[in-house]
Design a protein around this ligand. Structure first.
Ligand code: G6P
Length: 603
């Protein structure tokens, strides 16, 4: 996540940058900062937390570099992924005479940093971003040509990034590059004005023409205009801020479904090596004396947790169970100190989960929270916090929180197995290879979205849905049913496929819709038999599978992969989009369904 803004023009630069950052605050608010360059002076302001803190600082110091003539500036709002949320780690980052803001990840930052330290550069932050500005100055010190130095710099960067860089050595320019992370550039309404932003929300009202940069495009902006490394196409800017905040998607939920492929990269960043997995936050000695893992969570987080119980036992060989937090609290649970207590929560504020965590803590258990929001109540209570790094989730129906939780928990299961010497190096290496393919599995294919849209009209009138699956596809079935319930208000239940004949199959008739999760690589024949039983009793079957299935009334074809967890994420996308498209047809509010709240802080 993170958001960046930039401005060249004669208006009040600090105000435009801060206002722009407010529009991007939903992308993260661990810290924010701006740098303004005029003539050979640069003023920099940084503040922790929300943009309002930065705004106060800027107005308090009455930003001196404004008024007459052109000034240029860049700004950033941060969702910490690399290095703690501190002022030192806040952007813009400084070299000796240049500043940079960056959204994304520089994957090869460690080797670049070593090289630059060797060359005498001094680093002050723990971020990957700082290498960009030092690399630029490293080249500039050699060739005295800013344009060339910027080109040489971006050629060395690997990963996903959008960058704005200003330097005292070229006082009227902003250098920019987009690769993977979003960037829009607009011509302002006043003469010579140019604006940059991570989405078009900050540009609305200030500009009418915009370029949404394609990957690999770089260039330079100055008071005399813009140059791009390749031909770009301009479009007219929308007038609606709501539309802009959704990056052009119809709903936050849809935007967040599409974002999953990117955010899981953040979830894995810095944690995956070729043959090991490590979490900076996790001291391996935490597992000393641990023989059991107990997980507690609510809602979607519970489903991610349930998924992980299969993975913890499979890969760590540690006994693992999960309970719904509101049940756990009142059952007088037996808590022993050889149990590691793990809570999972998007918000870190859910009252029942928080209380369960406090109970475990008071009983002297070691505790971990897997959470999306740093500095939330749970992160303050737990011994260890592992952040999922999904970025702010706005849709009440949780999507990217689930996929990032599932990825992080799977990594934890593997890492615990390694710490306990319960997993072979070969298996670990193979799983790491598969983890790296998750972003691709989470990419939404147009054909899959279209298919869900088309099918949605068939599934509006019935007496209910059964989502069925086995193993990790059972929690996925629960999550699919929950998504549908939450936003469409249709009755849906998730079931372990093998359990259907113990009661639920009595409901089968053509008006009962079965959504069958049929992965190729996990118990395919078993689930096939279960679906055949339902089909024989006339239930309408929608099969989701990479393999064709003759008895299905409808079929959603997922890509062939070589691992069940990749199938898991492929199917997750289908379930999320399927629910959303049914909801659109029913005319319900996708982002704010009735009766629900994003964060449930009462028991
Ligand atoms: C609410 C939300 C769900 C979420 C659940 C748990 O019910 O609507 O989307 O899964 O709370 O929230 P948490 O923040 O603890 O993951």
């Amino acid at each position: 996540m993170c958001g960046i803004v930039g401005y060249i023009g004669k208006s009040n630069t600090s105000e435009i940058l801060v206002d722009g950052l407010k529009e991007l605050e939903y992308r993260g608010y661990d810290s924010a900062g701006i740098a303004i360059l005029k003539s050979d002076k640069i003023e920099v302001y940084k503040a922790l937390g929300k943009i309002v803190n930065l705004e106060e600082k800027v107005s308090h110091n009455e930003c001196t570099l404004k008024e007459d003539g052109f000034s240029i500036g860049i700004g950033h709002t941060r969702w910490a992924t690399h290095g703690k949320p501190t002022e030192l780690n806040a952007h813009p980052h400084l070299g000796e005479y240049s500043y940079v803001v960056h959204n994304g990840i520089i994957e090869n930052y460690k080797e670049l940093k070593d090289e630059l330290i060797e060359a005498g550069h001094k680093f002050v932050s723990q971020t990957d971003t700082e290498v960009i500005v030092h690399l630029f100055e490293f080249y500039f010190n050699q060739n005295n040509d800013a344009d060339l130095s910027f080109d040489l710099t971006i050629k060395r960067l690997e990963g996903a990034y959008s960058i704005l860089l200003i330097t005292k050595s070229q006082q009227n320019k902003i250098f920019f590059m987009k690769h993977g992370s979003p960037m829009a550039i607009a011509k302002g309404k006043n003469e010579g004005e140019i604006l940059f932003a991570s989405s078009d929300a900050p540009l609305i009202g200030l500009a009418s023409d915009v370029v949404y940069l394609e990957d690999g495009v770089s260039g330079v902006a100055s008071s005399s205009g813009l140059t791009f490394s390749t031909k770009v196409s301009w479009s007219t800017l929308s007038n609606s801020k709501q539309f802009a905040q959704k990056d052009g998607f119809r709903f936050f939920m849809e935007k967040e479904i599409y974002e999953q492929s990117d955010v899981v990269v953040d979830s894995m960043m810095g944690r995956l090596q070729d043959d090991s997995i490590s979490f900076d936050e996790l001291d391996p000695s935490l597992l000393d004396g641990i023989n059991e893992i107990k997980i507690c969570a609510c809602g979607t987080s519970y489903h991610a947790g349930l998924t992980s119980t299969y993975l913890f036992e499979r890969f760590s060989k540690i006994r693992c169970s999960i309970e719904i937090a509101s049940e756990f609290r009142y059952k007088e649970p037996l808590l022993t100190k050889d149990t590691l207590f793990v809570v999972i929560s998007q918000s870190g504020e859910t009252a029942d989960t928080l209380e369960a965590l406090k109970m475990a803590k008071n009983a002297g258990l070691k505790t971990i929270v897997v959470c999306n929001v740093d500095n939330s109540s749970m992160t303050r209570v737990a011994d260890t916090t592992i952040l999922t790094r999904a970025g702010i989730e706005k849709g009440v129906a949780s999507t990217k929180a689930f996929s990032t939780q599932a990825v992080v928990l799977w990594m934890m299961a593997l890492s615990f197995g390694d710490i306990k010497n319960n997993i072979s190096k070969e298996v670990l290496k193979k799983e790491i290879k598969v983890l790296r393919e998750v972003p691709l599995a989470l990419k939404v294919e147009d054909s899959v979205h279209e298919k869900c849209k088309r099918l949605s009209k068939r599934y509006l009138h019935g007496h209910g849905f059964f989502f069925i699956g086995r193993d990790v596809f059972f929690p996925l079935a629960l999550e699919g049913a929950l998504k549908l319930k939450e936003i469409s208000y249709l009755h849906a239940e998730g079931y372990p496929a093998g359990e259907m004949k113990h009661g639920p199959i009595a409901l089968a008739d053509p008006e009962l819709f079965t959504i069958a999760l049929m992965p190729q690589h996990l118990h395919y024949d078993k689930i096939k038999s279960n679906v055949e039983e339902l089909s024989a009793r006339d239930s309408t079957i929608c099969a989701i599978s990479p393999l064709p299935f003759d008895l299905a009334d409808d079929f959603i074809n997922t890509k062939k992969t070589d691992h069940y967890m990749l199938e898991f994420f492929e199917m997750l996308i289908v379930l999320q989009i399927f629910s959303m498209e049914i909801t659109v047809r029913l005319g319900n509010d996708v982002d704010m369904p009735r009766n629900l709240a994003k964060s449930v802080t009462v028991e």
